[in-house]
Design a protein around this ligand. Structure first.
Ligand SMILES: Nc1ncnc2c1ncn2[C@@H]1O[C@H](COP(=O)(O)OP(=O)(O)O)[C@@H](O)[C@H]1O
Ligand SMILES: [Mg+2]
Length: 355
């Protein structure tokens, strides 16, 4: 076994709110090997960005963090406590959904790309400028010399995100975290940016964490996928296994929300009924139980642990898809028309079949 580049063990992040402790991340563990891509997928509010921000040491000071994060055998939390300056932005970098999070609107693009090179790598002005041209070229920006003299507002959203990617690559990171990097962009631009990230990762042998609410985005691009819900890992598997035989009903439900281009226009798109639970007051039981068509009586009082299945996959469910327990629960719910959590099974009928 090779030692992973990044190892996250039992990570918990809480925020004290007036209503009580909000458990944004509740016991997440994963390993990421050098050069590999982990996809983190889940609906809005499931704890994806908080996980990323924890790794990047970007949480507000009032966040309560437990667990351990190890990068190349170094304790990341200890580095944060010691005020380590040349780790974040150098070995581990991050690209956010909105490029303007990372760009200064009143500074020319050239100065911003050159900054990391000057600060962390101690390049001279001239060297930094030359390397900046190179970097913009690598991320597919046409006329890079001209772009360096422009301000962010003079660029399109897609070009701005390319600039941010160039900045994040400046110091040749070993891990790039991309948090919904294309969610704010046009559909046509999205694919270009995702392909670019994948090419750069491959060329540079970089590892990547690709965060998205859309399982379709990570389908051909991630080696491993972790599905998060209510701050917890619901299922984790290598990508091929996850797509060919997912075990968690939440994964299956997410998959049904992806439009499929290989199907005719009457493709069944089934939205997941209801909303994610309130992370302040989760109560006992499985956090997905209220929205799950495989829900059984055991799911309401008893939160399922993550269990190991075949092909190294893990899943936290009492009635996994494709297992005897899962099939039995689904049949029972269909027959009674309602789940033990009170969910109407008719909610799962695709829109066209109802009509
Ligand atoms: N700084 C914060 N203070 C309090 N609550 C927060 C903070 N950041 C995130 N949260 C809460 O943590 C939960 C997870 O958020 P987040 O990780 O941003 O979700 P997502 O999966 O959409 O990225 C949400 O309930 C969110 O409201
Ligand atoms: Mg987010």
């Amino acid at each position: 076994m090779t030692v992973p580049l990044l190892s996250v063990a039992d990570l918990r992040v809480g925020f004290a709110t007036q209503r009580g402790l909000l458990r944004a991340v509740d016991g997440v563990s994963f390993d990421l090997a050098e050069g590999q891509t982990l996809g983190i997928v889940g609906e809005s509010g499931s704890g994806k960005s908080v996980t990323a921000k924890t790794l990047m040491n970007l949480l507000p000071s009032y966040a309560q963090v437990e667990g351990s994060v190890t990068f190349d055998a170094r304790d990341v939390m200890a580095m944060a406590a010691q005020g380590e300056r040349h780790f974040w932005g150098v070995e581990m970098t991050m690209v956010f959904q909105d490029p303007m999070t990372s760009l200064n609107p009143v500074k020319k693009v050239g100065e911003q790309v050159a900054e990391s090179l000057r600060v962390h790598l101690k390049r001279s002005r001239k060297e930094a400028r030359e390397e900046s041209v190179d970097l913009l070229q690598q991320v597919g920006i046409p006329e890079p010399k001209k772009r360096l003299g422009q301000y962010p507002h003079e660029l399109s959203g897609g070009l701005r995100q390319r600039v941010v990617i160039a900045m994040s690559l400046a110091c040749s990171p070993r891990l790039l975290i991309a948090d919904e990097p294309t969610t704010a962009l046009d559909v046509t631009v999205q694919k270009h940016i995702l392909d670019l990230l994948d090419e750069l990762r491959e060329e540079r042998g970089m590892a990547m964490i690709l965060i998205t609410h859309d399982l379709g985005v990570v389908k051909g691009r991630a080696d491993q996928i972790m599905v998060m819900y209510a701050g917890r890992t619901m299922e984790q598997a290598d990508t091929a296994t996850l797509f060919s035989e997912m075990r968690h009903p939440y994964t299956e439900a997410l998959l049904e929300t992806i439009p499929r281009i290989d199907m005719a226009s009457h493709t069944r798109l089934v939205p997941i009924p209801g909303n994610p639970p309130d992370a302040v007051d989760l109560g006992p039981g499985c956090p997905f139980a209220q929205r799950c068509r495989y829900c059984s009586a055991a799911c309401l009082p008893d939160q399922p642990d993550l269990k190991q299945y075949d092909h190294g996959r893990v899943c936290a469910c009492h009635t996994p898809v494709g297992t005897e327990a899962g099939v039995a629960a689904h049949v029972a719910n269909r027959e009674s028309g309602v789940t033990p959590a009170g969910l109407d099974m008719g909610t799962f009928t695709p829109v066209e079949e109802k009509a």
